[in-house]
Design a protein around this ligand. Structure first.
Ligand code: PRX
Length: 651
């Protein structure tokens, strides 16, 4: 964390005093309806997690639970299991083969229903197909697919044969895909011709070709024909999905994995320009996601669960694929945009499939609010019984709207805090137990322990501080792919006593309610997607017109935060609106469209300290139209006032 970012008094939000106890009829049916589970877990956290782990199927039971020292913990290390078998075979063997696993709806309106038996068959064929390409245990497989069932099938096929999947969200650019493939040395890339977004095909094969031009480890590319878009196939390297699985047997011997064998890598942004490949292993991760799916969502056998995240992000990994599927849930999966062909799409899906649990992001909720109440009011949402949010702080106004307009005032809302690194939900209400307060993720889950600390490491009982996780948990990241030093530096070195630092600020009131205040490091959250300011800066300075760039986040009514870029141009380049748009597009091409800066200000100078460090804190003040903070350490205090005037003038 840069020192000027280590803001001393973390801002406190407005007090929210309304309280929402769990409704009596919800409590009556809830799996957990009193606090005894918290006490039980607190008395013996290891026994608590071991009991959850034993609800999974192990081919070799574990004897050890937690071992090691920070940061190198292991969970259930002498046990053996297969994640896939836990997600599919055991349900089919238990007689649930005909239960619907996925109700899929593509953006153009195409539908597919896959039962657990169907999925088992499809995944075995895909797993055999991957084996026929020479993929074996420990090989890395890059996945760059739209939100179609084959995405889930690919993850599970990798898990079946012990290959490590590395999913790259379909919105990332060719450069981002290339860097991620090279970082973990993937052998195979699985992609599609294109996916659908707002009525248009988003090309993926063409982007993959561009990426793979500079990825020496890729031997094969598998191409799913999703959108009927013309595409080139490279002889000897490329193979269509349909040809890969054609004639493959419906059965496939699973690879038995040690609990600590790697299940997947997922890249996330950090405070440097280079994304981090977060490593998750098999036994602990699966224990964590299955336990939290049951508890937080109070999942019952007849529920219809819909998590709107893309599988390209951790939420989709944990709460579409591994959590709900290990629990045999019926799910809805939708490919496209919520406003296509119009803003009723989500609500019609809920009505049509009788969705009972709906899990989405605050950004989406704020967009729904803006579109207006008529859209949700036009559909029958009475099937819903529980709502959830994830990815960013939810403002009490959006919480209230969600509670009333979507939940009809009767559905509890679980505001779930967690991270790519934590693997599963860490702070959240239990819907049958916790009295809710809008804007608060409430308390750590049973078995989880958190602390708020000052920068010096002093523990704070009440008030604002840095959010730390001071007890190991089963789904915790086991490292950063290929970079053990960064793993220690990034997460375990903020304080001397090797406690995990989340990068978030939070505050806690006298009753233990936690409000997450957002990132305190150089990471921006746009629509809940983490983007490092350094990552955007490194992309921008590759533009030939740019000499220097400083990127900060500012508040945005819909996306939570928006990216603002302050640029100094090289001599000979004119400040023009065209150049601003060009820089925005440039970042879109370099990283992905979702990382395009919303505001771009071209300037002759940036506020710097006498030692030459850019004072981003002041740039944030400017971007948010606030009074300027302390400018006494600036080399040239005049710069910042003139920047402020220009920023306001250019709106
Ligand atoms: O800042 C927190 C925010 O999202 C970050 C994690 O981002 P990512 O790894 O992309 O995972 C997002 C989905 C789990 C956190 O450090 N965040 C996540 N959930 C919440 C949140 N902020 C406030 N409230 C939440 N419920």
């Amino acid at each position: 964390m840069s020192d000027e970012k280590a803001r001393p008094g973390i801002e406190a939000l407005l007090e929210e005093t309304r309280q929402f106890p769990p409704p009596a009829d919800f409590v009556a049916k809830a799996a957990v309806s009193n606090t005894s589970l918290y006490e039980q877990a607190e008395n013996d956290p290891e026994a608590y997690w071991a009991a959850w782990a034993r609800k999974l199927d192990w081919i070799l039971d574990f004897e050890t639970v937690l071992e090691g020292e920070a940061p190198d913990f292991t969970w259930f290390a002498d046990g053996k299991l297969n994640a896939y078998v836990n997600c599919l075979d055991r349900h089919v063997e238990a007689g649930l083969g005909d239960k619907v696993a996925l109700h899929f709806e593509g953006e153009p309106g195409d539908r597919r229903t896959l039962t657990y038996a169907d999925l088992l068959r499809e995944v075995c064929r895909a797993a055999n197909g991957l084996r026929s390409l020479g993929v074996t245990k420990g090989d890395r497989v890059a996945v760059y697919l739209p939100m179609v069932p084959e995405l889930a099938i690919t993850l599970l096929a990798c898990a079946r044969i012990g290959a490590i999947h590395s999913v790259v969200f379909g919105g990332f650019s060719a450069d981002s895909l290339r860097d991620r493939i090279n970082d973990s040395g993937c052998k195979v890339l699985i992609t599609a011709d294109a996916g659908w977004r707002r009525g248009k095909p988003v090309p993926l094969k063409a982007t993959s070709d561009e990426a793979v031009a500079a990825t020496p480890t890729i031997e094969k590319m598998v191409v799913l024909e999703r959108a009927g878009v013309r595409h080139e196939m490279v002889e000897g390297r490329d193979i269509h999905w349909s040809d890969l699985i054609d004639g493959q047997p419906d059965e496939c011997q699973p690879e038995w994995m040690d609990a600590e064998d790697v299940l997947f890598i997922l890249y996330t942004s950090g405070t440097t320009g280079k994304p981090k490949g977060i490593v998750h292993t098999t036994g602990g991760y699966l224990t964590g996601v299955s336990a939290t799916t049951r508890l937080v969502f109070d999942l019952k056998d007849d529920d219809v669960f819909w998590c709107t995240a893309d599988i390209g992000w951790i939420t989709g990994h944990s709460y579409i694929v591994y959590g709900p599927m290990s629990q045999g849930a019926t799910q809805v999966m939708y490919e496209g945009a919520p406003d296509w062909p119009d803003c009723t799409r989500f609500w019609n899906l809920i009505e049509q499939y009788g969705v009972t649990i709906f899990y989405t992001a605050p950004t989406a909720i704020r967009a729904f609010m803006k579109w207006g109440d008529d859209f949700p009011a036009s559909a029958d949402l009475s099937s819903l019984r529980l709502l959830g949010t994830v990815g960013e702080p939810i403002n009490p106004e959006a919480w209230t709207w969600y509670h009333e307009r979507i939940g009809g005032g009767r559905c509890p809302i679980v505001d779930t805090w967690w991270q790519t690194e934590t693997g599963h939900i860490m702070i959240s209400p239990l819907p049958g137990v916790t009295t809710l307060r809008p804007g608060s993720a409430t308390h750590p889950l049973p078995g989880i322990s958190v602390e708020l600390r000052t920068e010096e490491g002093e523990v704070i009982d009440e008030g604002g501080g840095y959010l730390a996780l001071n007890r190991p948990w089963p789904g915790m990241l086991r490292g950063i792919w290929g970079d053990p030093d960064r793993f220690v530096r990034q997460y375990w070195s903020f304080w001397d006593d090797k406690v995990y630092f989340t990068g978030d600020g939070a505050k806690r009131d006298g009753e233990g309610y936690i409000v997450i205040l957002g990132r305190v490091d150089d990471v921006i959250s746009v629509s809940g997607h983490r983007i490092g300011t350094m990552e955007v800066e490194s992309a921008i300075v590759e533009h030939p017109a740019v000499a220097e760039a400083a990127v900060v986040g500012r508040k945005d009514d819909i996306t939570g935060e928006a990216i603002c870029a302050f640029l100094i141009l090289r001599d000979g380049f004119d400040h023009s609106p065209e150049l601003r748009a060009e820089v925005q597009d440039f970042v879109g091409r370099k990283i992905g469209r979702f990382a395009r800066p919303k505001d771009v200000l071209l300037t002759a100078d940036l506020p710097k300290t006498r030692s030459g460090k850019i004072m981003r804190r002041l740039l944030r003040d400017i971007a948010e139209g606030r009074a300027l903070g302390d400018v006494t350490t600036l080399a040239d205090p005049g710069v910042v006032q003139s920047l402020k005037d220009r920023y306001q003038a250019e709106g």
